[in-house]
Write a protein that binds this ligand. Structure first.
Ligand SMILES: [Zn+2]
Length: 334
């Protein structure tokens, strides 16, 4: 399939999706990502492992995704630097980088951070919902960073990986933002004042993120938006809320679209309720997701509300690009 993007402008702004999920299976086909090309995106960060994913699977998924992207380089770019993303845009390709949701795959060894960076991981959070050896998760006991977690934050900063606070406990997120030497993001979350859920973030977190020039990526998931229909209007309400409090410089897209919504990445013997507690996810079935293809409609709605062209560029990708420029490795000379 050779899809042409909808626009053909020179030096158009970068459109950036901060988090997407394919099944975490060795040999997984990635062609569902063409959805992002059709919607006009230039870069998408794809998850390669969560805290419940067995270590060997994380490595095999990374290997498989890298191989698939290189075999499909007429349409995709395995992105390691910001220049790779700009090149992908100029060549009408989709740039793909990887993200980790959790720190269990580090095997409590700080040296693993740089290895994952070498394999293409450019964004990483410390705890997926539950507490682990590094940090408290949003469905855990409410604790913060452990001594190991503090070391891992420094190593993430040093290795050119963007520090992500999604899925963390509030205390962990605030401690990470205080400690990090580079801007911290919430790659995919929503606003607690609109919908009170352990996965959404409150004003203290929002203000702390903006204060160190970070970006908050908004999910399009009905369960966190507080709208089972996941309507464009509900998504715009989230943008409006953040824009009023911290301005459009700190808003991004982290729609968290599940590209195979019926697939569950649970190893044998692991219960869904271990990671997604029943009381917070009992009503997840039937909740819809805002699709990447809704981007044009979101843009038109924002324009009607008086958002400027610059605001739209910021929200749709330039903000995440700014954080990547300040954090990701710079290209090798020559
Ligand atoms: Zn997530």
């Amino acid at each position: 399939m050779n899809l042409k993007p909808p626009q053909d402008k020179i030096c158009e702004p970068i459109l950036w999706e901060a988090h997407a999920c394919l099944p975490l299976l060795p040999g997984q086909d990635m062609s569902a990502l063409s959805l992002y090309r059709m919607a006009g995106f230039h870069h998408v960060s794809v998850n390669v492992g969560m805290d419940m994913t067995p270590f060997a699977d994380v490595i095999r998924v990374l290997a498989g995704f890298r191989r698939w992207l290189l075999q499909n380089e007429s349409e995709y770019v395995l992105a390691g630097t910001v220049v790779d993303i700009q090149r992908a845009r100029d060549q009408h390709k989709l740039a793909v980088s990887f993200d980790l949701e959790g720190a269990n795959m580090l095997c409590q060894d700080v040296a693993m951070v740089e290895l994952f960076a070498k394999l293409g991981v450019r964004q990483m959070l410390l705890a997926y919902n539950r507490d682990n050896s590094c940090a408290g998760g949003c469905h855990g006991a409410g604790g913060g960073l452990t001594p190991l977690g503090r070391e891992v934050v420094s190593e993430i900063n040093r290795s050119g990986i963007v520090m992500d606070c999604s899925h963390a406990s509030k205390r962990s997120s605030l401690e990470i933002m205080e400690l990090s030497r580079r801007p911290v993001i919430f790659s995919h979350t929503n606003v607690k004042a609109i919908h009170d859920h352990p996965r959404t973030i409150d004003d203290e977190q929002i203000l702390a993120c903006a204060a160190q020039d970070g970006v908050i990526g908004l999910t399009g998931l009905g369960i966190f938006l507080g709208d089972p229909e996941a309507s464009v209007a509900a998504f715009i309400r989230q943008i409006d809320y953040l824009a009023e409090r911290v301005g459009t410089r700190h808003i991004g897209l982290g729609l968290d679209t599940e590209l195979a919504p019926d697939h569950r990445d649970l190893p044998e013997g692991v219960e869904e309720s271990d990671w997604w507690p029943e009381q917070h996810y009992g009503n997840v079935n039937g909740q819809r997701q805002l699709q990447p293809t809704a981007l044009q409609e979101v843009g038109r709605a924002l324009k009607r509300l008086g958002y400027s062209e610059v605001d739209l560029h910021n929200i749709f990708g330039e903000n995440f690009l700014r954080v990547a420029k300040s954090t990701w490795p710079t290209p090798e000379p020559g």
